[in-house]
Design a protein around this ligand. Sequence first.
Ligand SMILES: Cc1cc2nc3c(=O)[nH]c(=O)nc-3n(C[C@H](O)[C@H](O)[C@H](O)COP(=O)(O)OP(=O)(O)OC[C@H]3O[C@@H](n4cnc5c(N)ncnc54)[C@H](O)[C@@H]3O)c2cc1C
Length: 278
Amino acid sequence: MYPPKIGYVIPDNVKEAVEFLESHDDAKPLAGGHSLIPMLKLRIIRPSYLVEIRRLPELHYIRVEGNVVKIGSMSTHYDIVKANIPLLSETASKIGDPQVRNMGTIGGSISHLDPAADYPAALIALDAKVKIRSSRGERVENFSSFAKDMFTPDLNQGEIVTEIEIPLLKDYKYSYQKLERRAGDFAIVGVAVALKVNGDVIEDARIGLTAVNKTAVRATEAEKILMSGKISEKLIEDAATKAMDYANPTSDIRGSAEYKKKMVKVMTKRAILAALSR
Ligand SMILES: Cc1cc2nc3c(=O)[nH]c(=O)nc-3n(C[C@H](O)[C@H](O)[C@H](O)COP(=O)(O)OP(=O)(O)OC[C@H]3O[C@@H](n4cnc5c(N)ncnc54)[C@H](O)[C@@H]3O)c2cc1C
């Protein structure tokens, strides 16, 4: 309940923030605080300083530029819900509870990388890109390589995530299906689906799974099945069955590995049907 003693830094801009973080090995950026503060209260981490980046105006924006959506890393889950971005807004709407969505940010979520977090299912399906800033400049990385392992983003001390970029799926049908024990909980299984439908065929299929691996994965063979012929019950059944091959879940308080694997099929099917019915 009681965090350890800690210094607090309020930088004026991103430049100041990254310079302070670079010169202090164990200083940590503070975004929405809804993963960091719980960890401090349990004393799982003991940084010397928190560097508050949450209120920096440079990191607060959501804009559409041509066919891409650029999202400042300190956009809250609620900001993203309100922005009506295909697939991502629906995914954000299912994170935690209203209080969490008011404070938590997309940049904080992907820098924390809980294996059961919601965004990664959508971000992997969308081939999202992550912009990272340090005192040496900027680099851009694919989300798939940024998410190295559970709780292990590709970030060095002194680097912060400034932006997430995704394609604007204007003509797509999509759905995020989250299986949870009760409203507000993390996912037992989460499946994000985006489909470009042309008549009775699917021209592009994207399926992202969360909570069933160390990091989110794309069920690429299941996507190929969906694109292989006319839309039918069998095609959807076969794709959903194939998605199970991409799940390597662990047994925990949310369910056994066997149950979760089966639920990947169920939730994939639901996501495809919900998307198609849009
Ligand atoms: C009750 C509760 C329920 C929740 N339920 C869900 C859920 O259902 N689904 C879900 O996905 N999440 C859930 N969460 C987690 C929530 O979404 C957090 O807000 C999120 O994981 C972290 O974002 P944050 O902005 O709060 O980051 P913080 O907690 O401030 O930071 C998290 C970590 O990332 C680092 N960091 C933050 N921002 C940056 C940056 N821009 N660059 C580099 N490093 C950075 C911090 O130093 C810290 O290590 C829940 C949290 C709570 C408390």
